[in-house]
Design a protein around this ligand. Structure first.
Ligand code: NAD
Length: 339
């Protein structure tokens, strides 16, 4: 069993902890919080030993009825690998801790590529992660872009990608961030950081991205144009998407045409936390004009990177060398059913 610690049990960390628990070859040996909170209470209810960043706060946890198993250093001693789920920028400061503890570590997309010198996406570069000590799983948007671009590149070759990302303003539970009534160019300059981030995983892809933030919380929406090298019909493109185990095609018959309806649908089909782990590509939007492919895809920011973290763990621990085997194991354990 691979012993996994989650440092930073927040939006991503709590989902990764549950995903790890569902795998046959992994177990959670601890998770960490900085303050007593509803999430800390739930962690304990789920049987995850809770470790804390600052031991001087032990009393405040225990007064809240939350038993503390020890410090983060104590947690790292028990782990083979730690998934850092701390807020963007905070994780970098933890690197020396992980080096000192001699533990493998995975960071999230809020950290720079340089932190691990290797950015991960299971379909694109699983084999290159085998045995590594440090890996960064790219952000939710980059993960969604890498999946569809890599699939099209393998099937038809990709000449270039142009994409617009309409990003959610904040996660649903976040009460301190906006915008409330604006469309914010983020950034106002072009390209946005997403294209260069895709290049950390797929360096040969010609990609330019633009991004804006809107007053929504449920998902991001991407408008993507991919110029293919080899002509493919719409049906051929759809067949590649249909076969892909981290792309979900949203059927026109569902009449879904928004992030809100998609989230409701994912909730109705019984996904935990209404999580959409795959790219939600709107089948009706898939269109070929000459060699140019057009599509809209919804990306659930809280969920798509979770399954990637599980595959990164398996690759780094060197347990499974074939990406498709790991991806299948991850998906099956999470009862990942087709949309
Ligand atoms: P979050 O704020 O929801 O959770 C962060 C957790 O880390 C909290 O539980 C907090 O208590 C804890 N924490 C803060 N400082 C800490 C410290 N010094 N030591 C230990 N724990 C600490 O953040 P999140 O949204 O889960 O983001 C985590 C990472 O995942 C970031 O790099 C982010 O960019 C990336 N990411 C986030 C999303 C998203 O949409 N939420 C999507 C993809 C990637």
């Amino acid at each position: 069993m691979i012993k996994v610690a989650v440092n930073g049990y927040g939006t991503i960390g709590k989902r990764v902890a549950d995903a790890v628990s569902s795998q046959k070859d992994m177990e959670i040996i601890g998770v960490s919080k900085t303050k007593p909170s509803a999430e800390a209470l739930v962690a304990v209810q789920r049987g995850y030993p809770l470790y804390i960043a600052d031991m001087s706060k032990k009393d405040s946890f225990e007064k809240a009825g939350i038993p503390v198993a020890g410090s983060i250093e104590d947690m790292l001693k028990k782990a083979d690998i730690v998934v850092d789920g701390t807020p963007g920028g905070v994780g970098a400061a933890n690197k020396t801790f992980y080096e000192k503890a001699g533990v493998k570590a995975i960071w999230q997309g809020g950290e720079k590529h340089e932190i691990a010198e290797f950015s991960f996406n299971a379909h694109a570069n699983y084999r290159d992660a085998i045995g590594r000590q440090f890996v960064r799983v790219v952000s939710c948007n980059t993960t969604g872009l890498c999946r569809v671009i890599k699939a099209m590149d393998d099937a038809f070759g990709v000449m270039k990608v142009r994409a617009v990302m309409v990003r959610r303003g904040a996660d649903p539970h976040v009460i301190k961030k906006g915008p409330i009534d604006a469309i914010v160019l983020d950034p106002p300059t072009i390209p946005s950081h997403h294209g260069p981030d895709v290049n950390t995983v797929l360096p040969h892809i010609d990609i330019v991205t633009m991004a804006m933030i809107v007053p929504a919380t449920q998902m991001h929406m991407h408008a993507i144009t991919i110029e293919l090298k080899k002509e493919g019909s719409r049906d051929e493109v759809l067949a590649v998407m249909q076969k892909h185990n981290r792309i979900g095609l949203i059927k026109p018959e569902t009449t879904i045409r928004s992030s809100a309806e998609l989230k409701e649908y994912v909730m109705d089909i019984g996904r935990p936390r209404a999580d959409l782990w795959e790219n939600g590509i709107f089948e009706a939007s898939v269109n070929m004009v000459g060699k140019e492919l057009f599509l809209f895809q919804a990306i659930h920011q809280e969920a798509d990177v979770v399954v990637e973290n599980i595959d990164a763990i398996r690759a780094m621990m060197g347990e499974v060398s074939d990406p498709e085997t790991s991806i299948r194991m991850t998906n099956e354990a999470m009862q990942f059913t087709a949309l």
